[in-house]
Structure formats: structure tokens, C-alpha cells
Design a binder for this molecule. Sequence first.
Ligand code: FES
Length: 107
Amino acid sequence: MPKVTFVQPDGSEETIDVPDGKPFMLAAQAGGIDGILGECGGQAMCATCHVYVDEGFLGKLPEMAEDEDVMLEDTACERLPNSRLSCQLSGGDELDGIVLRLPEEQL
Ligand code: FES
């Protein structure tokens, strides 16, 4: 079960255990992490679960599908090379220790 750290724009951070295969967006909401809105429920249709992924883990993430790629063009904060939608991210021990930075805003 990976530990996932969410870093807020002010630098504060929280680490939660995410069951294998559970989307990080859902785990963040269940864990009371602020700043992950997830308005579409995880369908890659809202971009309100945008995160910036720790560069060292980019190659270990599930491949980006076209719908995620399209939605990332519509984020409230700038899309960067390490931008992903946290509803499309899940995994197991290979992602243990991953750090996800939240953007200043999601809407
Ligand atoms: S929850 Fe809507 S795109 Fe991730």
C-alpha cells in the first residue's frame, strides 16, 4: 500500500496510505486532503483533481489516456510537464513515497 504525500501551495503536507489500485483523487477525498475537488467523480471530465507529480515517479505512473491529456489543457492553473489528473492515478508499492503538489486553485 503506497504512502502518498500531498503538498499544499503553502508548503504544508499530509501523507496518507492509499490502498493498491485506489485512485489518488478518491483517497485524498477520503483522507480529508484539501484542494482535490474531483467534481466529475473521477471520469476525467473536470480537471479539478489536477496535481503536479514528483518528477522521480513520472515514469512509474499509468500511461496518460487521451481524455486525460485533453482535460489537462483546461486546468485552472498552468499545465506543466509533470501535470496529471489524480483521479487517473493509482498503483501499488512502486509508487510508495510519491509526492503530489497541489496547484494554487482548481477552478
Ligand atoms: S475528478 Fe474530474 S477529472 Fe479527475
